[in-house]
Design a protein around this ligand. Structure first.
Ligand code: ZN
Length: 254
């Protein structure tokens, strides 16, 4: 039997326990994997934790490091089950940790960190003309296969005179926050539109996303040219076909 393994297993839980703040209700969480502790907090609030949900409210400072450790440990087990000799293959030696960091700190980070802060500006000049932002680069992954989704998004906003406007770069920040989670394109665009409606309170908002799904190219039907295009139209964009046409004509999807 491997001699090294128990030593690793012994080290990890000890580290995790230290990083978990022990509240009265969490007394019996001691020794549990950090993911289980976080999951219990979520369940206690009857909140949802689907792949594309943000769970930052349930994560305490410093715990993301612990999650990386736990994911690395489990990713190592995946590599072992794939019968990859990570001890002698220098290329895969630290792959489990690299993948864990990539998931938690980069590509799925939108699940674990809070919403970017938005500076809102009053609509002083009382603009109510169509604004188009884009293309914003989208990097995401599908919830079904965790394969990359690479694409672009255009956002159309028709502000009201009372709308709070947000800085242009904030549209990219918000989009990134929503997309850095395992997603389903149809749900991602709706989530983004909901958020923009809530923040800006415009007369209308439109979101168009156009993306390559690597699960169609790398695996499955291996159709290299297939793309998915989704649009969400809200408020004035839904009611006013001229406005909708103007928006769609102005975005250059080429
Ligand atoms: Zn997929």
């Amino acid at each position: 039997m491997p001699i090294k393994k128990p030593a690793v297993a012994k080290k990890q839980p000890a580290k995790k326990v230290v990083s978990v703040k022990k509240t009265a209700s969490e007394k019996d969480d001691v020794g549990l994997p950090l993911s289980v502790v976080i999951r219990r907090r979520i369940e206690a609030q009857k909140a949802r934790f689907h792949a594309n949900d943000n769970i930052s409210a349930f994560i305490e400072p410093g715990e993301l490091e612990g999650l990386v450790d736990e994911v690395a440990e489990k990713m190592q087990a995946v590599l072992e089950s794939l019968v990859i000799d990570t001890e002698n293959d220098h290329n895969t030696k630290n792959t489990s940790r690299r993948v864990a960091k990539m998931y938690v700190q980069e590509v799925f980070n939108g699940r674990y960190v809070g919403q970017p802060t938005l500076t809102k500006f009053p609509n002083v000049s009382r603009l109510n003309e169509l604004m188009i932002i884009g293309p914003i680069t989208v990097r995401s992954a599908c919830s079904h296969h965790l394969c990359p989704i690479m694409g672009r998004i255009w956002i159309g906003v028709l502000p009201s005179k009372e709308s709070a406007l947000i800085g242009l770069s904030k549209y990219s920040r918000l989009t990134e926050w929503v997309m850095c989670r395992p997603q389903i394109q149809e749900e991602a665009v709706v989530e983004l539109a909901d958020m923009l409606e809530k923040k800006i309170k415009p007369i209308g908002v439109a979101v168009v996303m156009d993306a390559d799904h690597f699960c169609m190219q790398w695996r499955g039907v291996k159709d290299r040219d297939s793309k998915m295009i989704n649009s969400v139209m809200r408020g004035a964009f839904l009611k006013d076909s001229n406005l909708r046409r103007e928006f769609l004509a102005l975005i250059d999807r080429k």
